[in-house]
Design a protein around this ligand. Structure first.
Ligand SMILES: Cc1cc2nc3c(=O)[nH]c(=O)nc-3n(C[C@H](O)[C@H](O)[C@H](O)COP(=O)(O)OP(=O)(O)OC[C@H]3O[C@@H](n4cnc5c(N)ncnc54)[C@H](O)[C@@H]3O)c2cc1C
Length: 389
């Protein structure tokens, strides 16, 4: 039986492990974490409406259910010419069939240690909760949320979860009856953060920001972060007792140091079938890969899953397990997100033809909670999958 090595146990790696098994491959998944962190539902950890254990789903359970081998170890280097990877504990491994699903690293900013991110290492979601709880106990304060850019690859910019947590925190403070005692400001270097969701979404966001008395600092580059605030390029300051900041995605250092073909940001160059350019039998999927497509393209969980399923299908064709046409991820590029606000959500959709943000009071929030449950149940095979989800 043909073996495949998958590195990275996130949304892309898990989907790949499940689908390569379905296609009849022997699979080994190597992850530096023993769980898949379901990032889209992590936004509720800092406000106490979910817990770390609810968001971190054990990979061991998935490996038993789908019959793949799980190895907890960290990949420290990749050499495509030698067709080898090196593991921190396990040493060198040679493979003709590799799927790279190790996600993205983050842009470096001066003073980043004074910030916490909802999109960083999973433990930061818990640290954010502790910081928010301490601020609530203090009774008042200044809160600054923001996200940054990556001029080398805007598809790695992630603002949605920042907005989601911002709205959730507002709702949390309101429920406690203390919202008036906090100044809440959103900052970003671009003049219109969220513009890739389309013009209607921007207008609606403006209305919601005014209604909820959120201040903004847009269009100024971030010079550095300090203990009590953000300093912009013109040396103006935003005072803050809690700074939540999402740096844009960037290539992982061990990928940048490899001989893989990379785009200027350090993401792995692939063709539309997720095959790494010039490295036969090796694939890259999810946030680790360089997406090609329209200007508004964004790295998202459902795109990562389409890429994983396509890689499994295309591998099965290449190894003669079945016949048919190769599948391309490019036809599936869209932005699709239920942007949660704590007491409702906005349904965001963008493709080449339309751009929508439809408000969904109350039900939208429950839809997103339902999606988290659906993710776990369907990955475990306890419920059938809904096509396209
Ligand atoms: C807070 C948040 C909210 C989001 N909300 C949405 C949403 O509502 N809808 C949506 O579609 N998308 C959303 N996204 C985006 C989505 O979560 C990502 O696109 C998706 O997680 C990408 O999956 P991935 O497997 O490529 O990367 P990741 O999920 O980052 O997984 C990478 C995995 O690789 C492992 N790894 C990394 N380096 C190594 C190494 N050297 N050795 C071994 N293992 C390694 C990591 O531990 C991790 O498990 C959100 C993202 C965040 C952060």
């Amino acid at each position: 039986m043909q073996n495949v090595l998958i590195i990275g146990g996130g949304i892309a790696g898990v989907e790949a492990a499940i689908y390569y098994r379905k296609e009849g491959f022997e699979v080994e998944l190597i992850s530096d974490r023993p769980y898949v962190f379901i990032y889209p539902i992590a936004i509720w950890i800092p406000v106490g409406t979910s817990t770390f254990d609810n968001v971190a789903f054990p990979l061991e359970k998935l490996s038993r259910r789908h019959g793949f081998k799980l190895t907890i170890d960290r990949v420290t280097s990749i050499n495509a010419k030698q067709r080898a990877i090196t593991l921190e504990k396990g040493g060198e491994r040679k493979t003709d069939h590799l799927v790279i699903a190790t996600g993205a690293s983050k842009m470096k900013h001066a003073g980043i240690e004074h910030t916490l991110s909802i999109c960083g290492i999973p433990e930061q979601s818990v640290q954010l909760k502790e910081k928010i709880d301490a601020l609530i106990a203090k009774g008042s304060g200044k809160i600054a949320f923001g996200f940054g850019g990556n001029p080398n690859d805007p598809s790695g910019v992630r603002g949605g979860p920042g907005f989601e947590l911002f709205f959730n925190l507002h709702h949390h403070l309101k429920k406690l009856g203390i919202r008036d005692r906090f100044e809440m400001t959103f900052f970003a270097p671009m003049p219109q953060p969220g513009a890739r969701m389309g013009p209607k979404a921007l207008t609606l966001m403006e209305t919601l920001f005014k209604r909820n008395r959120f201040a903004t600092r847009y269009g100024k580059k971030i010079a550095r972060f300090e203990e009590n605030g953000v300093v912009f390029e013109d040396e103006s300051r935003l005072e803050s007792d809690l700074t939540m900041f999402i740096p844009a995605g960037d290539g992982q250092p061990f990928i940048k140091e490899s001989d893989l073909p990379l785009n200027p940001a350090g993401f792995i160059r692939i063709n539309e079938f997720c095959e790494i350019i010039g490295v036969q039998g090796w694939y890259a999927i999810g946030d680790a890969s360089a997406l090609e497509g329209p200007d508004w393209k964004a790295k998202q969980g459902h795109i990562a899953e389409v890429m994983a399923r396509n890689a499994a299908h295309n591998s099965a064709l290449a190894w003669g397990f079945k016949s048919g046409e190769k599948k391309s991820y490019r036809d599936h590029l869209n932005i699709l997100c239920v942007m949660d606000m704590g007491n409702g959500a906005g349904f965001v959709y963008r493709d080449d033809k339309k751009a929508l943000l439809i408000p969904m009071p109350i039900i939208g929030h429950w839809l997103k909670i339902g999606w988290g449950w659906y993710y776990k149940m369907s990955k475990m095979g306890y419920i059938p999958r809904i096509p396209g989800m």
